[in-house]
Design a protein around this ligand. Structure first.
Ligand code: SPV
Ligand code: MG
Length: 289
Protein backbone atom coordinates (compact mmCIF):
# COMPACT_ATOMS: atom_id res chain seq x y z
CA UNK A 1 0.00 0.00 0.00
CA UNK A 2 1.08 3.54 -0.76
CA UNK A 3 1.83 5.76 2.21
CA UNK A 4 -0.86 8.29 3.03
CA UNK A 5 1.75 11.04 2.83
CA UNK A 6 2.62 9.99 -0.72
CA UNK A 7 -1.07 9.93 -1.64
CA UNK A 8 -1.55 13.47 -0.30
CA UNK A 9 1.57 14.66 -2.12
CA UNK A 10 0.14 13.26 -5.36
CA UNK A 11 -3.21 14.99 -4.77
CA UNK A 12 -1.56 18.35 -4.16
CA UNK A 13 1.04 18.06 -6.92
CA UNK A 14 -1.19 16.54 -9.61
CA UNK A 15 -2.00 18.68 -12.62
CA UNK A 16 -5.75 18.50 -12.12
CA UNK A 17 -7.99 20.19 -9.56
CA UNK A 18 -8.85 17.82 -6.71
CA UNK A 19 -11.75 18.21 -4.27
CA UNK A 20 -11.30 17.32 -0.59
CA UNK A 21 -14.19 17.05 1.86
CA UNK A 22 -14.23 17.83 5.55
CA UNK A 23 -14.65 15.24 8.28
CA UNK A 24 -14.78 15.76 12.03
CA UNK A 25 -14.88 12.28 13.58
CA UNK A 26 -14.40 8.64 12.67
CA UNK A 27 -17.78 8.03 11.08
CA UNK A 28 -17.75 11.18 8.97
CA UNK A 29 -14.22 10.29 7.81
CA UNK A 30 -15.51 6.87 6.71
CA UNK A 31 -18.36 8.55 4.83
CA UNK A 32 -15.91 10.84 2.99
CA UNK A 33 -13.82 7.85 1.93
CA UNK A 34 -16.83 5.79 0.81
CA UNK A 35 -18.11 8.67 -1.33
CA UNK A 36 -14.89 8.47 -3.33
CA UNK A 37 -12.95 11.54 -2.20
CA UNK A 38 -9.17 11.20 -2.50
CA UNK A 39 -8.53 12.82 0.88
CA UNK A 40 -9.99 14.38 4.01
CA UNK A 41 -9.82 17.91 5.40
CA UNK A 42 -9.74 17.63 9.19
CA UNK A 43 -11.36 20.99 9.85
CA UNK A 44 -10.60 22.99 12.98
CA UNK A 45 -14.05 24.56 12.82
CA UNK A 46 -15.98 21.31 12.56
CA UNK A 47 -13.84 19.27 14.98
CA UNK A 48 -14.35 22.07 17.51
CA UNK A 49 -18.07 22.31 16.76
CA UNK A 50 -18.71 18.58 17.08
CA UNK A 51 -17.05 18.81 20.52
CA UNK A 52 -19.40 21.66 21.46
CA UNK A 53 -16.71 24.35 21.61
CA UNK A 54 -15.66 27.31 19.47
CA UNK A 55 -13.05 27.48 16.73
CA UNK A 56 -10.82 29.58 18.99
CA UNK A 57 -8.33 26.96 20.17
CA UNK A 58 -10.70 25.97 22.97
CA UNK A 59 -9.80 22.34 22.26
CA UNK A 60 -6.29 21.45 23.38
CA UNK A 61 -4.00 20.32 20.58
CA UNK A 62 -3.91 16.81 21.98
CA UNK A 63 -7.71 16.69 21.85
CA UNK A 64 -7.53 17.62 18.15
CA UNK A 65 -4.86 14.97 17.71
CA UNK A 66 -7.06 12.31 19.30
CA UNK A 67 -9.89 13.04 16.85
CA UNK A 68 -7.44 12.91 13.95
CA UNK A 69 -6.06 9.60 15.14
CA UNK A 70 -9.54 8.08 15.18
CA UNK A 71 -10.27 9.45 11.70
CA UNK A 72 -6.99 8.10 10.37
CA UNK A 73 -7.55 4.67 11.93
CA UNK A 74 -11.01 4.52 10.34
CA UNK A 75 -9.86 5.30 6.78
CA UNK A 76 -7.28 4.57 4.09
CA UNK A 77 -7.23 7.97 2.40
CA UNK A 78 -4.89 10.77 3.51
CA UNK A 79 -5.87 13.41 6.05
CA UNK A 80 -4.78 17.03 5.81
CA UNK A 81 -5.18 18.51 9.29
CA UNK A 82 -6.17 22.13 9.73
CA UNK A 83 -3.47 22.78 12.33
CA UNK A 84 -4.46 26.42 12.95
CA UNK A 85 -1.37 28.39 13.99
CA UNK A 86 0.47 25.26 15.12
CA UNK A 87 -0.83 25.85 18.67
CA UNK A 88 2.08 28.06 19.73
CA UNK A 89 5.49 28.95 18.34
CA UNK A 90 7.94 26.99 16.15
CA UNK A 91 8.66 24.60 18.99
CA UNK A 92 5.00 23.66 19.39
CA UNK A 93 4.93 23.13 15.62
CA UNK A 94 7.87 20.71 15.86
CA UNK A 95 6.06 18.72 18.53
CA UNK A 96 2.85 18.72 16.44
CA UNK A 97 4.62 17.40 13.32
CA UNK A 98 6.23 14.60 15.30
CA UNK A 99 2.90 13.48 16.75
CA UNK A 100 1.04 13.78 13.43
CA UNK A 101 3.58 11.55 11.71
CA UNK A 102 3.31 9.00 14.50
CA UNK A 103 -0.45 8.90 13.94
CA UNK A 104 -0.26 8.58 10.17
CA UNK A 105 -1.72 12.01 9.42
CA UNK A 106 -0.49 12.92 5.94
CA UNK A 107 -0.08 16.65 6.25
CA UNK A 108 -0.88 19.82 8.10
CA UNK A 109 -2.04 23.28 7.14
CA UNK A 110 -0.64 26.11 9.27
CA UNK A 111 -2.03 29.65 9.14
CA UNK A 112 -0.23 32.94 9.70
CA UNK A 113 -2.46 34.20 12.51
CA UNK A 114 -1.67 34.37 16.26
CA UNK A 115 -2.56 31.84 18.95
CA UNK A 116 -5.32 31.72 20.08
CA UNK A 117 -6.81 32.17 16.60
CA UNK A 118 -10.44 32.38 15.74
CA UNK A 119 -12.33 31.40 12.62
CA UNK A 120 -11.58 33.59 9.60
CA UNK A 121 -15.26 34.36 9.09
CA UNK A 122 -15.64 35.89 12.57
CA UNK A 123 -14.40 39.50 12.41
CA UNK A 124 -11.65 38.38 10.03
CA UNK A 125 -10.60 41.94 9.30
CA UNK A 126 -9.62 42.57 12.90
CA UNK A 127 -7.46 39.49 13.36
CA UNK A 128 -3.74 40.06 13.93
CA UNK A 129 -1.27 38.23 11.70
CA UNK A 130 2.09 36.72 12.58
CA UNK A 131 5.11 38.49 11.11
CA UNK A 132 6.40 37.03 7.87
CA UNK A 133 9.66 36.05 9.56
CA UNK A 134 8.08 34.36 12.54
CA UNK A 135 5.67 32.34 10.41
CA UNK A 136 8.38 31.42 7.89
CA UNK A 137 10.35 30.04 10.84
CA UNK A 138 7.39 27.83 11.74
CA UNK A 139 7.26 26.47 8.20
CA UNK A 140 11.01 25.79 8.21
CA UNK A 141 10.71 24.12 11.63
CA UNK A 142 7.89 21.90 10.33
CA UNK A 143 9.83 20.86 7.22
CA UNK A 144 13.01 20.22 9.22
CA UNK A 145 11.11 18.07 11.73
CA UNK A 146 9.26 15.70 9.41
CA UNK A 147 10.88 12.28 9.06
CA UNK A 148 8.81 11.16 6.06
CA UNK A 149 9.87 13.20 3.04
CA UNK A 150 6.33 13.10 1.62
CA UNK A 151 4.64 14.66 4.69
CA UNK A 152 2.93 17.81 3.43
CA UNK A 153 3.07 21.26 5.00
CA UNK A 154 0.57 23.75 3.60
CA UNK A 155 1.06 27.42 4.48
CA UNK A 156 -2.14 29.41 4.75
CA UNK A 157 -2.12 33.10 3.93
CA UNK A 158 -4.69 35.14 5.88
CA UNK A 159 -3.66 38.55 4.54
CA UNK A 160 -6.72 38.93 2.28
CA UNK A 161 -9.02 37.98 5.18
CA UNK A 162 -7.26 40.48 7.46
CA UNK A 163 -7.53 43.24 4.86
CA UNK A 164 -3.84 43.61 4.00
CA UNK A 165 -4.39 43.38 0.27
CA UNK A 166 -3.00 41.56 -2.73
CA UNK A 167 0.63 42.71 -2.63
CA UNK A 168 1.15 41.60 0.94
CA UNK A 169 -0.65 38.31 0.24
CA UNK A 170 1.72 37.58 -2.62
CA UNK A 171 4.72 38.64 -0.55
CA UNK A 172 3.69 36.31 2.25
CA UNK A 173 2.95 33.40 -0.07
CA UNK A 174 6.31 33.85 -1.72
CA UNK A 175 8.13 33.91 1.63
CA UNK A 176 6.34 30.77 2.85
CA UNK A 177 7.07 28.97 -0.40
CA UNK A 178 10.74 29.92 -0.02
CA UNK A 179 10.62 28.63 3.56
CA UNK A 180 9.71 25.22 2.16
CA UNK A 181 5.90 25.08 2.15
CA UNK A 182 4.57 22.34 -0.13
CA UNK A 183 1.51 24.42 -1.06
CA UNK A 184 -0.12 27.77 -0.32
CA UNK A 185 -3.68 27.99 0.92
CA UNK A 186 -4.94 31.40 -0.10
CA UNK A 187 -8.09 32.27 1.83
CA UNK A 188 -10.78 34.79 0.96
CA UNK A 189 -14.01 35.81 2.66
CA UNK A 190 -15.54 37.54 -0.36
CA UNK A 191 -18.75 36.14 -1.80
CA UNK A 192 -17.14 35.94 -5.25
CA UNK A 193 -13.83 34.47 -6.39
CA UNK A 194 -12.31 37.76 -7.61
CA UNK A 195 -9.53 37.86 -5.00
CA UNK A 196 -8.66 34.22 -5.60
CA UNK A 197 -8.52 34.49 -9.38
CA UNK A 198 -6.39 37.64 -9.30
CA UNK A 199 -4.06 36.04 -6.74
CA UNK A 200 -3.78 32.92 -8.92
CA UNK A 201 -3.00 35.01 -12.01
CA UNK A 202 -0.18 36.83 -10.21
CA UNK A 203 1.18 33.77 -8.41
CA UNK A 204 4.67 32.69 -9.48
CA UNK A 205 3.66 29.00 -9.41
CA UNK A 206 6.56 28.11 -7.11
CA UNK A 207 4.16 25.74 -5.33
CA UNK A 208 0.54 24.60 -5.79
CA UNK A 209 -2.49 26.58 -4.58
CA UNK A 210 -5.23 25.36 -2.24
CA UNK A 211 -8.54 27.19 -1.68
CA UNK A 212 -11.57 27.00 0.63
CA UNK A 213 -14.56 28.46 -1.25
CA UNK A 214 -17.02 28.44 1.66
CA UNK A 215 -18.05 32.05 0.99
CA UNK A 216 -17.76 31.96 -2.80
CA UNK A 217 -19.40 28.56 -3.18
CA UNK A 218 -21.42 29.63 -6.24
CA UNK A 219 -18.21 29.87 -8.29
CA UNK A 220 -18.20 27.05 -10.88
CA UNK A 221 -15.42 24.52 -10.34
CA UNK A 222 -14.33 25.11 -13.95
CA UNK A 223 -13.07 28.58 -12.98
CA UNK A 224 -10.78 27.03 -10.36
CA UNK A 225 -9.55 24.52 -12.95
CA UNK A 226 -8.82 27.39 -15.37
CA UNK A 227 -6.81 29.17 -12.69
CA UNK A 228 -4.71 26.10 -11.98
CA UNK A 229 -5.97 25.61 -8.41
CA UNK A 230 -4.60 22.27 -7.19
CA UNK A 231 -6.96 21.54 -4.32
CA UNK A 232 -10.45 22.83 -3.51
CA UNK A 233 -11.65 22.13 0.03
CA UNK A 234 -15.30 21.71 1.03
CA UNK A 235 -14.41 22.62 4.60
CA UNK A 236 -17.56 22.19 6.67
CA UNK A 237 -20.23 20.52 4.55
CA UNK A 238 -20.66 17.22 6.38
CA UNK A 239 -21.06 18.92 9.73
CA UNK A 240 -23.57 21.37 8.27
CA UNK A 241 -25.58 18.55 6.71
CA UNK A 242 -25.44 16.52 9.94
CA UNK A 243 -26.64 19.48 12.01
CA UNK A 244 -29.61 20.01 9.71
CA UNK A 245 -30.58 16.34 9.96
CA UNK A 246 -30.07 16.19 13.73
CA UNK A 247 -32.08 19.35 14.38
CA UNK A 248 -34.91 17.98 12.28
CA UNK A 249 -34.96 14.64 14.12
CA UNK A 250 -34.62 16.13 17.59
CA UNK A 251 -37.41 18.67 17.02
CA UNK A 252 -39.74 16.10 15.48
CA UNK A 253 -39.23 13.57 18.30
CA UNK A 254 -39.55 16.25 20.96
CA UNK A 255 -42.83 17.45 19.46
CA UNK A 256 -44.45 14.17 18.40
CA UNK A 257 -43.05 11.78 21.06
CA UNK A 258 -43.40 8.77 18.74
CA UNK A 259 -40.19 7.04 17.62
CA UNK A 260 -41.72 5.43 14.54
CA UNK A 261 -42.53 8.86 13.07
CA UNK A 262 -38.86 9.44 12.25
CA UNK A 263 -37.89 5.95 11.02
CA UNK A 264 -38.21 6.81 7.33
CA UNK A 265 -35.99 9.89 7.70
CA UNK A 266 -33.00 8.21 9.36
CA UNK A 267 -30.60 5.39 8.46
CA UNK A 268 -31.10 1.94 9.91
CA UNK A 269 -29.10 0.68 12.85
CA UNK A 270 -27.74 -1.90 10.37
CA UNK A 271 -26.19 0.95 8.38
CA UNK A 272 -24.38 2.14 11.51
CA UNK A 273 -23.06 -1.39 12.06
CA UNK A 274 -21.87 -1.45 8.45
CA UNK A 275 -20.02 1.85 8.83
CA UNK A 276 -18.38 0.46 11.98
CA UNK A 277 -17.27 -2.62 10.01
CA UNK A 278 -18.97 -5.04 12.38
CA UNK A 279 -18.58 -7.86 9.83
CA UNK A 280 -14.79 -7.68 10.24
CA UNK A 281 -15.15 -8.33 13.97
CA UNK A 282 -17.53 -11.23 13.34
CA UNK A 283 -15.01 -12.82 10.96
CA UNK A 284 -12.23 -12.28 13.51
CA UNK A 285 -14.34 -13.92 16.22
CA UNK A 286 -14.72 -16.97 14.00
CA UNK A 287 -10.93 -17.16 13.77
CA UNK A 288 -9.87 -16.27 17.30
CA UNK A 289 -12.63 -17.03 19.79
C1 SPV B 1 -11.70 25.17 8.90
O1 SPV B 1 -12.39 24.37 8.27
O2 SPV B 1 -11.58 25.14 10.13
C2 SPV B 1 -10.97 26.23 8.20
C3 SPV B 1 -11.53 26.78 6.98
O3 SPV B 1 -9.98 26.67 8.69
S1 SPV B 1 -12.38 28.22 7.40
O4 SPV B 1 -13.46 27.85 8.32
O5 SPV B 1 -12.87 28.72 6.15
O6 SPV B 1 -11.47 29.16 8.02
MG1 MG C 1 -9.79 26.28 10.63
Amino acid sequence: VTNKTTLLRKIIQSNGTELLLEAHNGISATIVEEAGFPGIWASGLTISAQCGVRDSNELSWTQVLSVCELMSDATNIPILLDGDTGYGNFNNVRRLIKKLEQRNIAGVCLEDKLFPKTNSFIKGGTQPLASINEFSGKIRAAKDTQLDQDFMVVARVEALIAGHGMDESLERANAYSNAGADAILIHSALSDASEITSFAKKWNQSCPLVIVPTKYSTTPMSLFVEHNISVVIAANHLLRSAVKAMEFTARKLSKERQLSNIEDEIVSVQEIFRLQNVTELEAAEDRYL
